[in-house]
Design a protein around this ligand. Structure first.
Ligand SMILES: C[S@@+](CC[C@H](N)C(=O)[O-])C[C@H]1O[C@@H](n2cnc3c(N)ncnc32)[C@H](O)[C@@H]1O
Length: 203
């Protein structure tokens, strides 16, 4: 069967309320990611979450001191949900990598989004060049990667394209994008899960 666009699948997931399960499932990893990055960010930082789903991380960032917190997602129902929950932060509907921000940010966050793209390493370069202020930080987490064997059948199981890369390929992508102070780490793992692969880097 032909893979479906990921945003169509996630639009349906939002209609079925499965966005809330993702929020619970990703909370521990995102907690680690934010613990790593928050001490590095300036007071009143600006931030955007790519592939924000129902916007739960955007609202979290606002609560953690972001003056300007935004999210972007390509699933219409995810964005409507985000807007229905919160009228303070900005939630954009758009398809990445085509959609571009009107401003640059101190912090770009992304959890479980990048590998849905056909060319995720080009997105890293775009984040570096077009999304982040000088001195700004990217923190991105992925659970689908070569060293997580249980994730390798997800494309077939979910019926969407996923770009499968190794930890080293993601690291080389961060280097090629121009990031400095790169850190690659795995968080929130257990006996059956090697952890969310987190990549962190500064412009
Ligand atoms: C696995 S969900 C993660 C959602 C959220 N980050 C979370 O942790 O709950 C992936 C999200 O990326 C969005 N997405 C996938 N491909 C996209 C694209 N090309 N452009 C914009 N959003 C996309 C989906 O609509 C979905 O909401």
């Amino acid at each position: 069967m032909q893979p479906r666009p990921a945003v169509d699948v996630f639009h349906e997931w939002a209609q079925l309320g499965k966005d809330e399960g993702m929020e619970r499932g990703h909370a521990a990893s995102v907690g680690h990611m934010l613990d790593m990055i928050l001490p590095k960010l300036p007071d009143g930082f600006s931030a955007i979450d790519l592939g924000c789903g129902n916007g739960w991380v955007v609202r979290k960032l606002k609560g953690l001191g972001a003056k300007n917190a935004q999210g972007i997602d390509g699933a219409p129902e995810m964005v409507s949900k985000a807007k229905s929950i919160d009228s303070v932060c900005q939630y954009h509907y758009g398809l990445l990598p085509e959609w571009k921000p009107e401003q640059k940010f101190d912090f770009v966050h992304s959890m479980e989004f990048l590998y849905y793209l056909k060319r995720p390493l080009e997105m890293l370069k775009s984040i570096h060049d077009e999304w982040l202020n000088d001195g700004g930080w990217l923190v991105a987490g992925v659970d689908h990667y070569l060293e997580n064997p249980d994730s390798l059948n997800w494309p077939e199981h979910v019926g969407v394209h996923m770009t499968t890369l190794s930890i080293e390929q993601w690291k080389q992508g961060m280097i090629a994008a121009g990031f400095s102070k790169i850190k690659m780490t795995q968080v929130a793992g257990n006996d059956c899960f090697p952890g969310t692969l987190v990549m962190l880097g500064q412009v």
